[in-house]
Design a protein around this ligand. Structure first.
Ligand code: FCB
Length: 440
């Protein structure tokens, strides 16, 4: 790699990220059914109808995976806690095995000198709550606060940081408007409600954790740089609308107590009654903000109904996801988030990485493309830091090849290759390069 630990301020945290459903093996340890299980079992939703029942079998191989994490010289590990593993019905009876698992995980990290960075929710909603309307139902804020209390009551004394909900845009828009993630809805009323309730749940979880005396609490949003597809005013308007829905809605809600006008213009008729009264809860004070960043999109006008945005194929080199590689977008979001929303709070890049067509050749995986991707994005992080943006850490997505949601096991994002037949782990060239760059 071109960059190394020495190029970053003292105390800058390097980590790797994963999520529960994508690696643990949800069929193990008494976890309850989730909306991803039924979404995956419905033809047409997921490549080969694959699900997270086995995934990387991290549930049983956790000590080995933590050893690999430590050997890469990381400082911190971002993992998520599965609601359905802890509360199989979403509410009520606790699964003791589930709590024990996260307890062992946190202790295992601390024993290896790694900081545990928890994310409370990374998408596997318990099915009984999905039956009640899931994110469309305002009651989810209370259910989520209750889950927060249960899981943090067990591990909150030892975690280094806690984020509430991974990528509210994916939870709400991708899953209720675009229909590409569970529960697979394509309905503007459902989407408007989810867009609001996901933030209300975030606020209630923050309040709950504050009440428990916990510190270093944050929010993690995802960002996609929205560039107008051409120089026309129509493309500029469409890109601004896309940016409002994707990139500004959640930050505006949390840090300004309002939603962007370009998004409300379409969503207002579908918002839940009295939503304005929830803004103080949504604005509950956080200690840091996390940005997940992968790509940009070229946006032009579309003939259809609101939001009337069309994605136009771009000219830049692409990853296996078909996503353009645009490191400058990361710099743009770091500077904008700091200047317009978080104003001095520490920022973390909580996810960044690429899917690559990795192949195992004689026990090695030569993924130079991933090394280049990470280098280019870390250079943009350095640029933002040099300009005074308080960036405090960077997490690679992901530690392991894993269940990439609707794309099943086909897309490999890991620093470590996983053979999904044998579950054997093989560190890739990028893993070794990072380990050298991060040596203390
Ligand atoms: C993010 C998700 C993560 C993974 C990466 C590629 O949107 O948080 O689970 O799917 O994208």
């Amino acid at each position: 790699m071109n960059v190394s630990r020495a190029d970053f301020p003292k105390g800058f945290q390097f980590g790797a990220a994963t999520s529960s459903y994508q690696i643990e093996g949800h069929g193990f340890g008494g976890a309850g059914q989730t909306h991803w299980d039924s979404f995956a079992a419905t033809p047409g939703n997921v490549v080969r109808a694959e699900n997270g029942a086995v995934a990387c079998d991290h549930y049983h191989r956790m000590p080995q995976d933590l050893d690999l994490l430590a050997a890469a010289n990381f400082d911190v590990y971002r993992f998520s806690t599965s609601w359905a593993r802890v509360l199989p019905e979403g509410r009520g009876a606790v699964n003791p095995e589930g709590l024990d698992f996260y307890d062992r995980l946190v202790d295992g990290l601390l024993e290896r000198g790694l900081k545990p960075a928890a994310t409370l929710y990374h998408w596997e909603l318990p099915s009984p709550l999905a039956d009640l309307g899931g994110w469309r139902n305002r009651d989810i804020a209370g259910w989520f606060a209750d889950f927060t209390e249960v899981i943090m009551g067990r591990i909150g004394d030892r975690v280094w940081s806690t984020a509430t909900i991974n990528e509210p845009w994916c939870v709400a828009w991708l899953s209720h408007f675009l229909g590409l993630h569970a529960p697979g809805l394509r309905d503007i009323r459902a989407a408007a409600r989810a867009m609001h309730h996901v933030l209300l749940a975030h606020g209630r979880a923050i309040e709950t954790m504050r009440g428990m005396g916990l510190t270093n609490l944050g929010a993690v949003c995802n960002f996609e740089y929205a560039a107008p597809a051409d120089a026309s005013p129509a493309a500029a308007t469409a890109a601004a609308r896309y940016d409002a829905i994707y990139n500004r809605w959640f930050l505006s809600g949390m840090f300004k107590g309002e939603y962007p006008a370009e998004a409300l213009e379409g969503l207002m008729p579908h918002m839940p009654t009295g939503w304005q009264d929830d803004m103080p809860t949504i604005g509950a004070k956080v200690d840091w903000a996390g940005l997940n960043y992968y790509t940009r999109k070229l946006i032009g006008p579309d003939a259809g109904p609101w939001p009337a945005c069309a994605e136009v194929p771009g000219p830049l080199p692409k990853t296996e996801m078909g996503w353009e590689i645009y490191p400058e977008g990361l710099h743009a979001f770091l500077t904008r988030t700091h200047a317009e929303y978080t104003r001095g709070l520490p920022l973390y890049i909580t996810e960044n990485g690429m899917a690559n067509a990795d192949v195992l050749v004689n026990g090695a995986v030569p993924d130079q493309a991933r090394i280049d991707y990470l280098d280019a994005h870390l250079a943009q992080v350095r640029r933002a830091i040099a300009e005074g943006v308080p960036v405090a850490g960077y997490f690679v997505w992901s530690l392991l090849d894993n269940y990439e949601w609707s794309l099943g096991y086909e897309k490999r994002f890991g620093l470590i290759h996983v053979d999904f037949e044998t579950l054997r782990r093989t560190p890739k060239a990028s893993y070794h390069a990072l380990a050298r760059a991060l040596a203390r």
